[in-house]
Ligand binder design. Structure first.
Ligand code: GLN
Length: 491
């Protein structure tokens, strides 16, 4: 039998249905891989007992012929999703040993469809970061290394644990969240597929909130088809989230292999940055050529407000975060640091419980929302956001079906290499991804090639609202042309 951990989700589904192996065998193979890869620090909580009992239940359902669409496939869950009875911390000290008494809607739908939980995955604290270095559990290692080098690189962030675990074949797929790029950027840096669906596609209920008007859940997977399978289970209307859209979820897998002939692909000229590495430029051209060869038509488009997206995002996101994080006060859950009075208790708890990046965001957010500065910063950023959204609307109104861009401005970098002296250096990672969140659109990152040092690079496709299907069709064309990439095991 081939190594069970190297199968795609779609292949595992077939093997399980054909009774070539059981879910318990598949789950045990992944639990073994997790144990052997602890040096990557991808998991912050392993749940082997729960995994095995879920796998046995899945095997019984399969035997009875009553298997759900994800029956028996072992997944990892970002530690931002509340999991009933299993510690959920958002990788922040302030949540301490918080154990939710409820399950997030997205994860409950995965369990409804038969998936198996292997454990909780590392992420940047409250999902604030682009390198998974702000986690209270420490950084995550990228399974990819530069050729001939032993330096451990970051997997990107904030869903660094999800991307690393999927790339290192520790789980067959993972949940992730994306506020400014946290699904697509780590996917690109690890040669995995990540899709941030349209805002409202997946319920945010039971997901630790960062910036509520931007946050979306989505999968990180080994292939475009696997991502389509996972998203189908994760998506759907939820009355418990008033921003969740009451729109039927299509069978995303049916979009795989569909012809892209005649589709119009926008190439935004503003994404051609000064000083962009030649390798990224080359990759972008290759992606455009593959889509053209598949029958798509390339058109140059303009998204003129792109240059304001990053500054506007770093006002809107901290503003919402400062409000969302007000609830962590040492009274209701998690960490409590005593003080002489209740104010001191709040102050001590928040000073001790939040890491440096989270404190920075809370301070920026409080500042831009304060009476004297609200109009100059927050209100202005909201106006910019409307203009960014309009840029995309104008583009789609011209008959563009999707937009092709690089996913990241560079390949993976070393732990501690960026943002130490100037946080903006880290924020620049999100240059190609934040506009998509600001506009609420779907975006997929697909592995497309390697740089000169053998590190993976990804391309991004941006779609119309609720048209994830087109992204799956086009994403698969890129996947077919570029091939799939697996890191050489060193751990
Ligand atoms: N890197 C961005 C930030 O730090 C985006 C994070 C995310 O998408 N959760 O805010």
């Amino acid at each position: 039998m081939t190594d069970l951990t190297s199968l795609t989700l779609a292949e595992a589904r077939k093997g399980l249905a054909d009774k070539t192996f059981t879910s318990l065998e598949l789950t045990d193979a992944h639990l073994g891989a997790i144990e052997a890869a602890r040096v990557l620090n991808a998991f912050v909580m392993e749940t082997p007992d729960q995994a095995r009992s879920m796998a046995k239940a899945a095997d019984e359902r399969i035997a009875k012929g009553d298997a759900g669409p994800l029956a028996g496939v072992p997944l990892g869950i970002k530690d931002l999703f509340a999991t009933k009875g299993v510690r959920t911390t958002a990788c922040s000290k302030i949540l301490g040993n918080f154990v939710p008494t409820y399950e997030s809607t997205v994860t409950s739908q995965l369990w409804r469809d038969g998936a198996v939980m292997l454990g909780k995955l590392n992420n940047d604290e409250f999902a604030m970061g682009s390198a998974n270095e702000t986690s209270c559990f420490g950084p995550v290692g990228n399974p990819w290394r530069r050729e001939g080098s032993n330096t451990t690189l970051v997997p990107g962030g904030s869903s660094g644990g999800s991307a690393s675990a999927v790339a290192a074949l520790l789980c067959m797929g993972a949940t992730a969240t994306d506020t400014g790029g946290s699904i697509r950027q780590p996917a690109a840096l690890t040669a995995t597929v990540g899709i941030k669906p349209t805002y409202g596609r997946c319920s945010r209920w039971g997901i630790v909130a960062f910036a509520s008007s931007l946050d979306q859940a989505g999968p990180i997977a080994r292939s475009v088809r696997d991502a389509a399978m996972l998203l189908r289970s994760m998506a759907g209307h939820d009355p418990k989230d008033t921003t969740s859209a009451d729109i039927a979820v299509p069978d995303y897998e049916a979009a795989i292999g569909k012809s892209v002939k005649g589709m119009r692909i926008g190439i935004p000229k503003e994404y051609r940055l000064d000083g962009m590495p030649a390798e990224i430029e080359k990759l972008w051209e290759a992606g455009a050529a593959w889509l053209k060869a598949a029958g798509a038509e390339l058109v140059e488009v303009s998204l003129p407000h792109t240059k304001y997206a990053l500054p506007a995002y770093y006002i809107v996101a901290p503003a919402e975060a400062s409000s969302n994080l007000a609830r962590y006060d040492g009274v209701r859950y998690g960490l409590r640091e005593q003080g002489k009075n209740v104010i001191e208790l709040y102050e001590n708890t928040r000073a001790e419980g939040f890491g440096a990046e989270v404190r920075r965001r809370v301070m920026i957010g409080t500042y831009v929302l304060s009476a004297g500065y609200y109009d100059a910063y927050y209100l202005r950023a909201q106006k910019v956001r409307t203009l960014i959204k309009k840029d995309f609307e104008d583009c789609f109104a011209r008959g563009v079906d999707a937009i092709l861009t690089p996913a990241t401005p560079s390949a993976a970098f070393g732990i501690g290499e960026k943002g130490g002296a100037d946080p903006v250096e880290m924020y620049l990672n999100d240059i190609f991804t934040v506009t998509v969140n600001m506009a609420g659109l779907p975006g997929i990152a697909v592995p497309a090639g390697k740089d000169g040092q053998g590190l993976p690079l990804g391309l991004q496709l941006i779609g119309r609202p609720f048209d994830e299907e087109t992204l799956f069709s086009l994403g698969e064309v890129i996947e077919q042309a570029a091939g799939r990439f697996t890191p050489t095991r060193w751990w």
